[in-house]
Design a protein around this ligand. Sequence first.
Ligand SMILES: CC(C)(COP(=O)(O)OP(=O)(O)OC[C@H]1O[C@@H](n2cnc3c(N)ncnc32)[C@H](O)[C@@H]1OP(=O)(O)O)[C@@H](O)C(=O)NCCC(=O)NCCS
Length: 190
Amino acid sequence: MLVTIRPAAPSEAEVLSGLALAGKRHWGYPEPWLEAWRGLLTITPEYLAAHVVSCAEDETGRVIGFYALERDGDRCRLEHLWLDPSLIGRGLGLQLFEHAVRAARALGAAEMLIEAEPNAEGFYLHMGAERVGETVSRLTGTERVLPQLRYPLPGVVEQDRARPRASTATAPPQVPAVATASDCANMYYI
Ligand SMILES: CC(C)(COP(=O)(O)OP(=O)(O)OC[C@H]1O[C@@H](n2cnc3c(N)ncnc32)[C@H](O)[C@@H]1OP(=O)(O)O)[C@@H](O)C(=O)NCCC(=O)NCCS
């Protein structure tokens, strides 16, 4: 399957919300929990306008996954990473994660923070993230431990800071320190 990862459009908010809910449902949570999470899993056009959201589409243009990055100072938060559950285990999560890493780097972030769905923690650890803490939440009396992860993005910010700003006759051409997520459009086979 040929997959294209590209910026999400505001008109796709409902489709992305459906993918987020389906991804959460994949782990077998009870329906009342899913209802309680519906607000957190709802992507609005305003959210898409405010944050870096890229989606994956197949050859027919069907949206099959997405991620969302929120800037937080010199960090980025990976707030969403969801796939069509029928495509789990085929490499799409890896492609979206790596795309998010490149987008975070292009934004000049020094690290990417992730509050992981507990069932997905193993995936992020496998990608190279490290656990830096955990938070405890309660839902209908049940305690849930949410892993807090960090994925370092070494090099980019330091290099940009080190680059000489004063223009001299021998200075190399200046490369923009901050690119947009649309610079990361890509195609993959999964
Ligand atoms: C977590 C998720 C995004 C991973 O995506 P995926 O497409 O299934 O993962 P991939 O097929 O790209 O796997 C890439 C690698 O990660 C590994 N991996 C995937 N899920 C893993 C897990 N839960 N634990 C440990 N390793 C995992 C794979 O074995 C593969 O390893 P390899 O490259 O050495 O062969 C996917 O399982 C998913 O959508 N889950 C439901 C929604 C969800 O929980 N999203 C996260 C919200 S925080």
